[in-house]
Design a protein around this ligand. Sequence first.
Ligand SMILES: O=P(O)(O)O[C@@H]1C[C@H](O)[C@@H](CO)O1
Ligand code: HPA
Length: 320
Amino acid sequence: MAPINASEVKGYAPKEVLPEVETDNGKGIGYSYDTLQETANFLLSRTSVRPRIGIICGSGMGSYWKDGSLADHIEDPVRFKYEDIPNFPVSTVEGHTGQLVFGKLGDVPVMAMQGRFHYYEGYPLWKCCLPVRVMKLIGIKVLMATNAAGGLKSAYKVGDIMIVKDHINMMGFAGNNPLHGPNDERFGPRFPPMNRAYNYEYRKIAKEVAKELSIDNIVREGVYTCLGGPNFETVAELNMLKMVGVDAVGMSTVHEVITARHCDMHVFALSLITNECVVEYDHDAEANHEEVLDVGRMRQDILRKYVTKLVERFNKTLTP
Ligand SMILES: O=P(O)(O)O[C@@H]1C[C@H](O)[C@@H](CO)O1
Ligand code: HPA
């Protein structure tokens, strides 16, 4: 049989009439486009900043440490506490302040989330990712997600920064996906591709910038996975993840990236390696959140400089 010419295959044809997405208060399967548009309009009407780059600050990288974190260096900041934003969840994890900051990083207008939402807090994945769709609706083109993660690859050291090359959606294997439920084509297609999730050009730029800042000795590139948490992993779980090609393990980012790619945002992600995963049984070390936050503080100056330069470079790739 002759092979099918892939370029002749027609794309998925959207339905003309969309099913009404439930606009529940946390019980069901998502907020409608219009509900999220209200949230976007609320924000846009209260700031003149028009960011095209959105940053999600990982554990300890937002503002937990008041003396120099990325989000605290945003100039002319306009801040919104999550509890004051219509339809927004609230942050419940130490190290996640719980506010959006609009302002300038270097010369570039940005929006930063000081605090993200995790599945283990009790939020369904679609709700964890709601801010990403709001970003899309306020005009953001690039999502930069940062996270704290355990280093699985033996070469990784505490304090290394991993450029995420790819992810394994472990929760998705069990059917838990932020795109589960009716699909609104105004956000994106029913079946989005995910093989080019982490923008190649931005990864290349990130390696160049690491050299320019002389931090290329601590900057790596690898594969991230997210587990549901909140417990850290067993030795057997970590060895299994290592075997299937995971380099760093955390509890976030993957579903945010899927949501961002679904609505055609460019994605770049960084993991700060805050602990070495314990993959042997005769070992006394245990992962803990305090260590995660401490390493975030120890690396905050470098991360801030790195992210600021990356934002400047990524911004130049966007058409005016
Ligand atoms: O929000 P991120 O992914 O940076 O947070 C990581 C995963 C858990 O929330 C927490 C564990 O210490 O840090
Ligand atoms: O070792 C870890 N496992 C999962 N999530 C994490 N976040 C920071 N470190 C870790």
